[in-house]
Write a protein that binds this ligand. Sequence first.
Ligand code: F6R
Length: 364
Amino acid sequence: EKGNHKHFMAKEMHEQPSVMAYALNNYTTPDGLKVEISGVDLDFTRYDRVTMVACGTAYLAAHVAKYWFEQVARLPVEIEVASEFRYREPPIAPRTLAVFISQSGETADTLAALRYCRDKAETILSIINVPTSTIARESDHALPIFAGVEIGVASTKAFTCQLTVLAAVTLLAARQRGEIDSDREAELLAQLGTVPGAMVDALALEPQISSICWDLSKASDILFLGRGAMYPLALEGALKLKEISYIHAEGYASGELKHGPIALIDETVPVVVMAPTDALFEKSVSNMQEVMARGGKVLLISDAEGLASASDGIWKSLRMPKVDPFVAPILYALPAQLLAYHTATTKGTDVDQPRNLAKSVTVE
Ligand code: F6R
């Protein structure tokens, strides 16, 4: 069932161009110009705020969605890990949309958080991969991500499909709230439509990534930096790496570096900078220079334009296809996953069944 792949994780990473396109298709009109969620009648003029709750990688999808909802739909979003949310029992304001994101739909903490919101939130929406799951059944509306069965413990295609559905919901919310017109909606959907092709190009970086990973596999600490919606991607890169390669990694918002983590930097610490060219690119570059000034080895992941303007003094680079900044977080998940995968396989760890981890955490 792994086809010609060595691990389920590899197979699932390589499925992303097709499953992402399929997920997007399921949330758009046949002409591809509008978001359409069949059978679900969501009205974003009924909400003043959104609370998103999840665990692990699903939580990081919520973290990206916070940037999208706030910037594109101008709707404030709170995000929280389910294990904290459920016991803090926060007050839920009226006109709140509560969103629960879970690949399995069975994660105990996420389910408990959903049950806590049951009679408090205006609407309970879940974004799940398993339509028959408990979380799906207990929601007012459950949106499937159409990723297909995910077997590798490290979540890959579920993450990019969660992001795809969340991007579609962002556009729906933005249109209903009058923040974007139909031209802008069609344009952003067209940008989402470019991602599967760009994913194919990103997957073609694999030989280059695997050669970088030989060096990464010798490190004992690796930092990931990103700004804006790339900050959650930095967190995802670090999470994936810890999970399957057992190398200590941390993700930071680039601007937070000088508030502490910069003390860790020396020539033994690779620093992965995820920085597509966007409005914050120059700021990321100056953080990167601070790292290099302290001897840090920078791996810059950017597009041709970014690499042309900022390659001086970097250790390695990965040239990603250029995409619209709105969709970049979906695309940049792939190098994050591939770095973790190839570092782990270089070390010889069990990628599909990492130690101490379960695919679905049904106990707290
Ligand atoms: C990371 C990973 C986990 C899950 C988390 C939530 O690669 O797979 O962090 O994302 O356990 O699981 P679900 O989405 O099933 O609720």
